[in-house]
Write a protein that binds this ligand. Sequence first.
Ligand code: SF4
Length: 354
Amino acid sequence: MKRRKTRQVSIGKVKVGGGAAVSVQSMTKTDTRDVKTTVKQIKKLEKEGCEIIRVAIPDREAVMAISKIRKRIKIPLIADIHFDYKLALEAIENGADAVRINPGNIRDKEKIIQIVRKAKEKEIPIRIGVNSGSLDRKRYKGSLARAMVRSASDSIKIFEKEKFYNIIVSLKASDVLTTIKAYRLMAKKCNYPFHLGITATGLPPLGIIKSAMGIGSLLLEGIGDTIRVSLTGPPQEEVRVGYEILKTLGLRKGMEILACPTCGRCEIDLIKIAKRIERELNCSMFNVQCSMPLKVAIMGCVVNGPGEAREADIGIAGGKKIGIIFRKGRVIKKVREKDLVKALLREISKELGS
Ligand code: SF4
């Protein structure tokens, strides 16, 4: 896949754009002022592989929490600022690795310049985060996608006048097609890296489908440098879905479990087996190795089973209350249904060298 050529910026230790791997980020759903709970949530996200975390900064108390949180986490932290430019200035002073500002609600040019100068002094990037829900529609009329692009472009002009190029752009709408259109238009106008996301997608599975369609379509065109899946649900799920989108497109390596949908030919409880395998593979024993490219196929019968199982690193093809285990295309053994999960996990474990 040919990726769009972009400048590279660094959010803490994570490189964004310029050929770097597309990173997965999320946002905490806790009250940032509650340092203990927020750190606990970030630690859980780190375990899931979250690479960048954003926290909401609604007031000064939240700003003061930034340095305390940062000391206790491993991944870079982005301060999410709306309305009050002073919060952005203080967030940068308090050690945020980047700030996200919304041109829709910080509109005063002089105030924006102050944020830009402070970020320049501390050498951190700013994300110009346009959101369809807070766009200045009196100023930016016409089609929503074009209006979003014009809003981002106006901010970029202000930044560039200050000789500040440490920029990431996002253009999120709740409508998938509008979002795709906006990013496509913006990609023609600048070479800054993009943070991709669809806003307010809702509950899974709808939120997952919208995110996968929107983010996935753009990534397929080579557009996008860091992604955040927004879901009405736990942030860990956002990270998992983010990685699945990247893995599906071959942009990240990792474990893939494929399973047949089952039908009248299936003579084992395949859904139960697949669920157990997935649950087990999410456990800590395997988590560290999850970045290993490993394909596991769980197939119900001899129609497509042996073929898929053979193509995978490890696989099973079900029979009458039994399963045939394949490893790298070779039949390893025939196992009774009740022993299948254990046997399969043993083979996966050997493959992972654990
Ligand atoms: Fe049905 Fe066999 Fe195909 Fe599974 S692999 S859906 S059991 S035909």
